[in-house]
Write a protein that binds this ligand. Sequence first.
Ligand code: ADP
Ligand code: MG
Length: 743
Amino acid sequence: MRRDKQSVLLIDETQVFHLSTCVSDRMERLFICAAPFGYLQPYTTNAGNIPREMFFGRRDEIEKILSRTSDGCLVYGGRQLGKSALLHHVRKLYDEPQGARRAFYLKIDEIGGQAWPAAHLWREIGMALFAEGIGTKGDGTAEHVVGAIRNWLAAEPDRRILMLLDETDAFLAAESRTGFPNLGRLKDLMEESARRFKVVFAGLHNVRRMARAPNSPLVHLGDPICIGPLNTSAASSAEARRLVTEPMRAAGFDYESAELAWDILARVNHYPSLVQVFCKALLEGLGNLPRTVGAGPRWLLARAQIFEGGSAQEINRQIRERFQWTLNLDPRYELIAKALALYRLDRLDGNAAVLRNGLSAEAFADEVAPWWPKGIDRLGIDDFRAFLEEMVDLGVLARYGLRLDRYGLRSAQVAQMLGLRDEIEAQIMHIAEKEPRVDYDAAQFHRRIVMGDPVRRAPLADRALADLFDTARPGPRVLVAAPSVWGTDIAERLRDLGNIWVDDKGPLTAVIHAGQMTGLRSLFGSTARGRQIVIIPANTGWDEKVLEWLARQPLVLSGAVIPICLAEPEWLIDHRQADAKIPARIILPRPWGEGMLRAWLEEQGLGALDDRTTRARMLAGSGGAAVLLSDAREVFAKVVAAGNDPTVALNEWYDTQRLPPHAIGLPPRFASLLRELHGLVGDKVEDLATIEALLCDSTGSDAGLLGRQLRLLSDFGLLASGDLATDGVSLNPLGLLVTRSSD
Ligand SMILES: Nc1ncnc2c1ncn2[C@@H]1O[C@H](COP(=O)(O)OP(=O)(O)O)[C@@H](O)[C@H]1O
Ligand SMILES: [Mg+2]
């Protein structure tokens, strides 16, 4: 029967006798005793919805989701780690079709993408509720659905609704681009019902990035739950072990020694899905054996059978393939993991460094730099570290060192799953060609100021903006921005942003102070105003004295008022040359890079132009200057509408784009330095020391001065981001555009 893969219950005389002696649970006993004689395959490799008795672990997570607190509203984790399985399981646990507690599972991967706008979520929720007799059919608007939920909850005090939304990445990304209108309403409804109505959003790593994004309402949704490998606590390891042993027992097998179950878990890196893959294949292999060793259920499994049996190779292949799915989430994950695997194999100290001591984030960044994909912007060290943390959550990396600030591969098994040396090298070469999806990225995304206006955007990317408005970091700021690159209404845009800004202490307000500097006093006189941003536009007469005065004000020192002085680039040059210490943080916007351009193209319905060649042309033409790109929107839209090869039209556009040095406030001597520099590096990257030496020869200035001047060009946003000394010197698209325009 086992060989024929028949699932039967063997009932013989002994069995009948045994059952007659039990008083309760006869059925359960029958299954326990009889099933092992037949063939049973309890393990499954299908996604998501698994039987209740095959779901193990995640107890804390379930408790959080079911609680009436804001905890558990966000669930994130890599592919295949068990998010959908968890949501399905929670639904089954919670839902009482005839009772007061209802739970719904909705997979909404398409909502928020090209086809369905985010607001379509209401229709989906409305339909799911209506199908279960909650509310009327309605028109699918938010008003209607919110009304239906309110009414249903109001009818009886113990009624509750749990709405489990799976694959919400596109929805959340769409929401973050438009100021969270739908998410905001869901959140309000949760709060007003004291979470008798609760929504859970599950998704990939993006959910976590979004949850930490400045000014996101997700910040108020409690701590996100990370669905990682099943060994985050002793309890969850124990549960993982049950997954390896219990269904196996039901199928008629026991492990010869207890540690074999742990070895299986280590082999599959505690990924529940890989346990399923491993044990399923193991059982299949055993079913195919002509004869099982030993007397009969339960048969004992020896190490060799488990790890070296006929199907061992196939099992390893499947495990590698599925592990690769996790890395596929982002080519940068793959690059980092594979570069480490290579480091381990190629360096003398490789094994110890990668598997025991770890590397610092900085060393790590250097390690992957040579292979960094061209189409993907480099990450600053903080973003890089955040990225490594994501990989820790995924169970690919682990933290090492006394302060846990070093990173390495999580285990030798992970290293093994990454493949053989030759494969790894080939794969790394290949990664350089890959493009990640356009994800929300706080380091790059310049938000819209009002939802309905696609043109007015923040002059700073979200992270820099949060830093600018951060009341926990008191003191005046100077924002230096060229109007020709960032627009002429920066003060107004910052004011409008400040007035809708909400952080964890609540909303801010913002005003522009355009009058006399003496008038400033009135703004700092009273204490009862709440937290406020005061914007002092460029060319209004503020100077170092004013900054000093501002820095001394008690309201500024406490962070209750954040003064932001705007300046044009000339100010920076004067200030740097005077080498004066000023009591203010200087904030400099960076031109748009690939990431922002891609988000913008998608948002503007210009996704058809989102390929590497076209983007490179657009960045070259505009230099990533927000103003030039906005102006080009019509041109790009025509190109898309025409539907043919964009090259000719884009080249024509490119030829008309100009941004001469004086337009960005760059004095002639810096313009000629930029030209010299361009003559030396072209569109390549050069080592700082070499460049300095060459420039010293050709310009006759001393090295110290040159270093300062190069740094100024960098502050102007004309050089590639990163540290000049370690990353080298190269012109970015804006630098190239300005050089080209100065001839
Ligand atoms: N807690 C668990 N217990 C047992 N198996 C699990 C568990 N979590 C996940 N799995 C297995 O992993 C597979 C992948 O999980 P799934 O929920 O589809 O991942 P995700 O939605 O995160 O991509 C499931 O089909 C199931 O076989
Ligand atoms: Mg899923």
